[in-house]
Design a protein around this ligand. Structure first.
Ligand code: RP5
Length: 200
């Protein structure tokens, strides 16, 4: 990512909207340039989407730009933000609940970038509405849709890391290390299984 100037990105962001997040911290404490935009319709989505942000920064060392974009409250600003993203952003992760049009609208605005959708488990339909709104995109503007809720938020980060790892051997190594950690969990569960069975 050395071809992108960190200071230039920061200067641009002060005039626009969005907060940088990296393993070092948030905003002024953040380091590096954003390779992923993590966006959502409301700050009420933030607790869910922190799972995405934290997986990106702590598991894979990926700096993200976090930004609220509401297509039903301020559509014009969404268009401005998405059209003016820093050039270093290569993948967009978008979360919304209800009739969730944010990722599909972004897929039209940015035909050059991959868009990953996270349906939020919210309201009367608990995310089924958001899932169908995202996944049933008409031909031509794809959204890669993850599972509803927590699993989807984490998987969105892994999916983004996999896309960025094409041509990035260091990131591939981190993806493999993450997979090893998951295998370790099965091994440790097997090691304690006999004791658990005896106590049931
Ligand atoms: C969507 O409406 C947001 O993405 C959020 O999931 C949902 C509710 O938003 P708030 O009413 O909590 O702001 O646009």
């Amino acid at each position: 990512m050395s071809q992108y100037n960190e200071q230039a990105v920061r200067t641009k962001l002060t005039a626009e909207h969005g907060v940088l997040v990296s393993a070092e911290g948030v905003a002024e404490e953040a380091r590096g340039v954003p390779r992923v935009l993590v966006t959502m319709g409301s700050d009420s989505d933030l607790p869910l989407m922190m799972k995405t942000v934290d997986t990106l920064r702590y598991e894979f060392g990926i700096t993200s730009l976090v930004q609220i974009n509401s297509v039903h409250r301020d559509l014009r600003s969404v268009v401005a933000h998405i059209e003016q993203l820093p050039e270093s952003v290569q993948v967009i992760i978008a979360c919304a609940g209800g009739a969730a049009h944010l990722p599909g609208n972004i897929a039209d605005l940015r035909a050059d970038l991959s868009v990953i959708g996270v349906p939020r488990n919210l309201g009367a339909l608990q995310g089924v509405d958001a899932l169908l709104s995202m996944v049933q995109m008409p031909e031509g503007a794809p959204v890669a849709v993850m599972a509803i809720g927590d699993a989807g938020a984490v998987n969105a980060a892994i999916q983004a890391a996999k896309e960025l790892a094409i041509g990035d051997p260091a990131l591939k190594t981190r993806l493999l290390a993450y997979a090893e950690k998951r295998k370790g969990r099965v091994q440790s569960q097997n090691q304690t299984l006999a004791g658990k069975l005896q106590n049931l």
